[in-house]
Write a protein that binds this ligand. Sequence first.
Ligand SMILES: *[C@@H]1O[C@H](CO)[C@@H](O)[C@H](O)[C@H]1NC(C)=O
Ligand SMILES: *[C@@H]1O[C@H](CO)[C@@H](O)[C@H](O)[C@H]1NC(C)=O
Ligand SMILES: *[C@@H]1O[C@H](CO)[C@@H](O)[C@H](O)[C@H]1NC(C)=O
Ligand SMILES: *[C@@H]1O[C@H](CO)[C@@H](O)[C@H](O)[C@H]1NC(C)=O
Ligand SMILES: *[C@@H]1O[C@H](CO)[C@@H](O)[C@H](O)[C@H]1NC(C)=O
Ligand SMILES: *[C@@H]1O[C@H](CO)[C@@H](O)[C@H](O)[C@H]1NC(C)=O
Length: 223
Amino acid sequence: MLLLLLLCGALGCGAQGTAPLAFTMLQWTRVSKGSSDFWGNATLGGRLSHLLEGHNVTQVLPLEPPAAWEQRQEVVGNYLTYFSELVWLFNKERPINYTQSLCCRLGCCLFPNGTARSFYEITLNGTAFLTFHVPTATWECRWPGKDPVASFAQRELMKYPETTRDLQYFLNTTCVDILRAQSPETGPCRGRSHAPLALGLSVGVLAVLGMAGGIFLCTGGSC
Ligand SMILES: *[C@@H]1O[C@H](CO)[C@@H](O)[C@H](O)[C@H]1NC(C)=O
Ligand SMILES: *[C@@H]1O[C@H](CO)[C@@H](O)[C@H](O)[C@H]1NC(C)=O
Ligand SMILES: *[C@@H]1O[C@H](CO)[C@@H](O)[C@H](O)[C@H]1NC(C)=O
Ligand SMILES: *[C@@H]1O[C@H](CO)[C@@H](O)[C@H](O)[C@H]1NC(C)=O
Ligand SMILES: *[C@@H]1O[C@H](CO)[C@@H](O)[C@H](O)[C@H]1NC(C)=O
Ligand SMILES: *[C@@H]1O[C@H](CO)[C@@H](O)[C@H](O)[C@H]1NC(C)=O
């Protein structure tokens, strides 16, 4: 099952001749028999910047001052705990006797010519499931054929315009600003605040929560 997850890392911004500068977050959620496992990492310019193991998120690159980071860490940890409890409750009501693997890949890249591109792709069980279209702030269904789970999850995600707008802002603006701050022209050490970085991590998690809620409700047979 975990092997499927590796598929998620295969797509990239690159493949074109010039190497873009990229910030990429990968997050896996595996739900089996009512218990949830989380794993993920983030890379900035190819270097590991964050690591997610269980409910613990660690910043590997010192992007945020320790006090601010401790707060983000708590927020992310709380979301994940809340998520696990939610899944556990769903499972008690309607046992989920199979395994679901969700993989989220989000971030942005900046090409040497100054053009930026952002992305948020979700796979379920290794198959393209949903993508976020940044210019219109909408979730698009990628699941092959008409699947009630996928369309239900998409509807659930679209219910919260604040979340989709925040996500659009994070991907199109915050993420690209982080990259511009890292690029040689502006220099990496300008004392710029990276606070929005972890905010993005939280937003990503929040979006997954909304969706996962939908998926589990739906696979439980209520949609
Ligand atoms: C992040 O995780 C992916 C998938 O396991 C892995 O291929 C990649 O090497 C990791 N990145 C770093 C910098 O450790
Ligand atoms: C997460 O952090 C807590 C406390 O900081 C620690 O006890 C626990 O072992 C950590 N878990 C993992 C998987 O690193
Ligand atoms: C899962 O549960 C359903 C109904 O509760 C049952 O029909 C099915 O055989 C179960 N599958 C497995 C693999 O246990
Ligand atoms: C994901 O795969 C598991 C078996 O590995 C299957 O039981 C489950 O229904 C799949 N989920 C979807 C939405 O297809
Ligand atoms: C900038 O470079 C990227 C990748 O090479 C390319 O896709 C894009 O069209 C270019 N944009 C402009 C405005 O030249
Ligand atoms: C995304 O960012 C670009 C450049 O900063 C801006 O021109 C564009 O209006 C933004 N789009 C959205 C949907 O926010």
